[in-house]
Write a protein that binds this ligand. Structure first.
Ligand SMILES: [Fe+2]
Length: 164
């Protein structure tokens, strides 16, 4: 992200521009992870088979819709603090803590993978929240904290499906 880009809107919210840029980058990485998980959730939603088909198909339906909303919310917050969002699926995959999926795993492995991916994003979010709190950006800290709750809930629901 270059400071000379026309997407860099001058914002005076009481937080230093350099600090906001660091936070915007962390949020960009969270956005990338969320985007990759959105795609993976959708891909598994379409391709799940077997006795858990209906439960997984329904649960992932709710989850990809929620992820899509979150993506928009995070991206627009990046804009509101004055920076461009990351663009390009290749960049998203590169910056994501969630691995892209190239082939379909077995049904149970799909669910396990999604549950773990939600936890990975949750850990990434903890770092971003710390950064936001250090800058006293309370709105961003709140938004990202709510995302931690959402990912932990999603992870629990997925894990519960395959608990023995
Ligand atoms: Fe669907």
């Amino acid at each position: 992200m270059s400071a000379s880009m026309k997407q860099d809107i001058p914002v005076k919210v009481g937080i230093d521009q350099k600090d906001r840029k660091k936070l915007a980058q962390k949020m960009g990485a969270v956005l990338s992870s969320t985007y990759v998980l959105y795609h993976k959730t959708h891909a598994f939603h379409w391709n799940i088979t077997g006795p858990m088909f209906y439960s997984v198909h329904k649960l992932t339906d709710d989850q990809y819709l929620a992820l899509a909303e979150a993506i928009d919310e995070i991206a627009e917050r990046v804009r509101a603090i004055g920076f461009p969002t990351p663009v390009g699926l290749g960049n998203y995959i590169k910056d994501s803590v969630v691995d892209d999926v190239a082939a379909l795993p077995e049904p149970e492995a799909m669910i396990k993978q999604l549950a773990e991916d939600h936890q990975s994003i949750s850990r990434q979010l903890h770092e971003a929240v710390e950064e936001a709190e250090e800058l006293n950006d309370v709105f961003t800290a709140d938004l990202l904290t709510a995302r931690i709750g959402a990912h932990e809930e999603a992870s629990w629901m997925l894990s519960a499906l395959i608990a023995k």
